[in-house]
Design a protein. Structure first.
Length: 364
């Protein structure tokens, strides 16, 4: 439809609008044109509807409102027609010969899941909560007194060398408190031991799970890792109590098929002390893989799970607890290494946990 006559009355404009609507709805049924092509043809800047809309300014003022209402109705009618056509539009317009069935269920968008380390933290927390332990949080950026001096490691003690600690610049001048002179990124969660004792609430049954930082990176170490610290302080606590708690955890987390062993060791903050080993989850303690190659994760079939022992009397005193009345045990293990040792995980490189490779992470 093309306009050649001059429009001056509202009735003429309304008649032409209704005619344009009728023609538009007829064209919408033409399957030879796509919805996008029809939208441009019927509602674009060069369409009949656009030209008729411009004529409103030439209609007498008393009729403009009525004409405007009709314009809105015509536009709405065409939009509805285009929407209905789009719902039944052949997918052939997108390069396929099948029709789109809008009643079919859509594809579910991908959804995330908890990271393997987060899953382990939740499971470990639940295991210890069931036997009366409470999870607490202590600083990951702390005064160096808490991770070192308070744990029986003086400033120049050689035991501090192995931690390769990250020290931070102090924001200002240190005060007079000898315990608040240097700031570190905590190399272990044991800094929470004395902090927990300072609360003065006995008995203590706590686990502290947090990030730790050391200058190490290889198949079994990362510069940032998670560690959980266990501490139990009460009257008449013995190494037998530690053994019972430890056996309970291993059975619940790793399963009955895994084997552990204890090795005498030395830690400044426990006496007696020992290292806890568990047979490798990759080679199952044989140190050999199915193809005959040597397992690169373990050492002769065993993996170091962590350290443990009875809390040193000096540490108890630093926390304000009388070691002649109270005793306790402590242990600390890495979350990532603990996850790697779990049967079925089959991880031989701890760095995979932080590779951000969805193909790997989605397996868990």
């Amino acid at each position: 439809m093309h306009m050649t006559e001059e429009i001056v009355s509202g009735s003429n404009v309304i008649s032409l609008l209704l005619l344009a609507q009728e023609e538009a709805l007829s064209l919408i049924k033409d399957t030879s044109k796509s919805v996008d092509e029809l939208r441009i043809l019927l509602m674009g800047s060069k369409s009949d509807l656009a030209r008729l809309t411009k004529q409103i300014s030439r209609v007498p003022k008393e009729e403009r409102q009525q004409v405007g209402v009709i314009v809105s109705q015509v536009k709405q009618s065409i939009e509805q027609g285009l929407a209905a056509r789009a719902a039944l539009q052949p997918v052939s317009e997108a390069g396929n010969t099948a029709f789109l069935d809008i009643t079919m269920p859509g594809e579910r968008p991908p959804h995330g899941n908890l990271h393997l380390v987060t899953q382990a933290i939740i499971e470990i927390t639940r295991i210890f909560e069931r036997i009366g332990f409470t999870r607490v949080r202590h600083p990951e950026v702390d005064w160096d007194w808490y991770p070192f001096e308070s744990l029986n490691m003086p400033t120049n003690h050689p035991a501090r060398d192995e931690w390769e600690t990250f020290f931070l610049d102090f924001p200002g001048k240190p005060g007079k408190d000898p315990h608040k002179q240097k700031i570190v990124l905590t190399p272990h969660t044991s800094n929470g031991q004395v902090r927990e004792m300072e609360k003065g609430e006995l008995p203590i049954r706590m686990i502290n799970i947090a990030k730790c930082y050391r200058r190490q990176i290889d198949v079994s170490h990362t510069p940032m890792f998670h560690q959980f610290e266990g501490l139990y302080v009460d009257r008449d606590v013995s190494i037998g109590n530690l053994k019972g708690v430890f056996d309970h955890f291993v059975k619940q987390f790793f399963g009955a098929s895994r084997v552990t062993r204890l090795r005498p060791f030395h830690f400044q903050f426990t006496e007696p002390s020992f290292e806890v080993d568990i047979n490798c989850g990759i080679c199952l303690g044989t140190s050999k893989l199915a193809d005959g190659s040597t397992c690169k994760l373990c050492k002769a079939g065993w993996l170091e799970l962590g350290g443990a022992g009875m809390v040193h009397p000096v540490v108890l005193r630093n926390g304000g607890i009388d070691p002649d009345v109270y005793s306790g045990f402590a242990f600390g293990w890495g979350i990532e290494r603990t996850s790697m040792m779990k049967s079925g995980t089959k991880l031989d490189d701890i760095r995979l946990l932080y590779s951000n490779d969805l193909r790997f992470l989605q397996q868990f």
